[in-house]
Design a protein around this ligand. Structure first.
Ligand code: GUN
Ligand code: ZN
Length: 441
């Protein structure tokens, strides 16, 4: 039995903060601790109380004065695009054709997929992200590589094989039957194995024929505990193309609605240019709109209008969207989220940012009983953040007077350098202790 006491300034959320003064939305222990045993949290609270619950040979991990939070959660990114971040000068469709559909062909090679998957998981962890939802490539081997790398590290990861049967190079196209068969086999192999969960992944309406949408519908109906992920309303050219391919649909959202794909486990990347009707449909079906700020700015796609989702009671989450997203860091992502909302005259408080990266994204995935809180009985995925990791941050922190101010500095100036440690199921992953051997290409 391994028991660890993780000591620091412990912060976690119990509800979505309703403004900058909403102290009831979080729990904060200035001298706090999280007691971890066999991968789960035994207790979180004041250090003195938690220490009493620990056994005599507990391992003490003293992180004072750093902050201890639930591991960060990323609800949308593309693992085969790890080496395509920062591809220059194009908007969505041209960017996909010029760079991404070339890069993803490399994943036909299992050795390549394995090497990138290892590096991808390590990038997530060095940025403090312990759970993510990713697209793999069209090749089933890429899904095996993805979940194998996650399993080696003990990570709770969600992902799936992209399905696409048109408007992509031959080498990246499946057929409706092949997409169905390969997805069904991968679900059988990975969904619910350890911490792995499967996401049925028709890439978007442009790259799936109506026949493939029907197959996706069957997969969703036959596998109600699986996630579903796709892209929606990212860019005007994309919207015009997608709706032209489905002339009977009322709008872009209706394409997915017609095939029964909208449900509370559906994650829809971007959702930037939706009508009120479409946002209403997302609210009704409890589908989740995924806000990807670094990607939306990088591709010049547009500004996510959060207040319209909140007013309609529609769910939304946040994500990096690597490789259109420019960073694996959820801190940098929330920095850009703040700026995008600011441009729209909307505010994102520091507490709301940290809520979103943890409990908010866990709720979007229906996983708040497992991750995202530091509550007793949940899985011990934990991040330790150092608000003074960069010299400019250390200097700025000298004038910080409140926790809210510190969190805002972390989000605005921080990145992977601020991640002092990350625990996956109670195991430290930085340094030698939890390291997984890299496969070399
Ligand atoms: N729409 C369809 N595929 C993609 C992708 O890989 N990245 C982004 N940003 N949008 C997409
Ligand atoms: Zn995406």
């Amino acid at each position: 039995m391994t028991e660890r006491l993780i000591r620091g300034r412990v912060l976690s959320f119990v509800a979505e903060p309703q403004g900058i003064d909403d102290t009831a939305s979080y729990r904060y222990f200035e001298d706090g601790a999280v007691l971890v045993r066999d991968g789960r949290i035994v207790e979180t609270g004041d250090h003195a109380d938690v220490r009493r619950r620990a056994g005599a040979d507990v391992e003490i991990c003293d992180h004072r004065p750093n902050l201890v939070l639930p591991g960060l959660i990323d609800t949308h990114l593309h693992f085969p695009q790890t080496q395509a971040i920062a591809s220059y000068g194009a908007q969505l469709l041209e960017w996909l054709n010029t760079y991404i559909f070339v890069e993803e062909q490399k994943f036909a090679e299992a050795a390549h997929a394995g090497a990138v998957a290892d590096r991808f998981m390590d990038e997530l962890l060095s940025n403090g992200t312990t759970t993510a939802v990713a697209y793999c490539s069209v090749h089933p081997e890429s899904v095996d590589a993805y979940f194998t790398a996650a399993e080696a590290r003990g990570m709770r990861m969600i992902g799936g094989k992209v399905m696409m049967d048109r408007n992509a190079p031959d080498a990246l196209r499946d057929t409706p039957q092949q997409g169905y068969d390969e997805t069904a086999a991968l679900i059988g192999k990975w969904h619910g194995r350890g911490r792995a969960r499967y996401a049925i992944s028709p890439r978007f309406a442009i790259t799936s024929t109506p026949e493939q949408m029907e197959m996706s519908q069957a997969l969703v109906a036959e596998n109600p505990t699986c996630y579903v992920q796709t892209h929606l309303s990212e860019n005007h050219e994309e919207i015009a193309f997608a709706t032209s391919l489905y002339p009977d649909a009322k709008d872009y959202t209706d394409i997915y609605a017609r095939y029964g794909l909208l449900n509370e486990r559906m994650l829809l990347g971007h959702c930037i240019h939706l009508s009120d009707r479409e946002i209403g449909v997302l609210a009704e079906t409890r589908s989740v709109a995924v806000f990807c700020p670094t990607s939306n700015l990088f591709l010049g796609s547009g500004l996510f209008d959060r207040d319209r989702f909140d007013k309609a009671g529609a769910r939304w989450s946040v994500a990096t969207d690597v490789g259109a997203g420019t960073s694996f860091s959820m801190l940098e992502t929330m920095d850009e989220a703040y700026k995008v909302l600011h441009l729209n005259g909307q505010k994102l408080t520091p507490f709301n940012s940290f809520y979103r990266m943890t409990l908010g994204n866990a709720r979007a995935l229906g996983l708040e009983k497992e991750i995202g809180t530091l509550d007793a009985g949940t899985e011990a995925d934990i991040v330790v953040l150092d608000s003074r990791a960069k010299s400019a941050m250390e200097y700025r922190m000298r004038t910080a007077k409140s926790l809210a101010e510190e969190l805002f500095i972390l989000q605005t100036m921080g990145d992977d350098r601020c991640v002092a440690q990350v625990y996956v199921a109670g195991r430290p992953m930085k340094g030698t202790a939890g390291a997984v051997k890299q496969r070399v290409l």
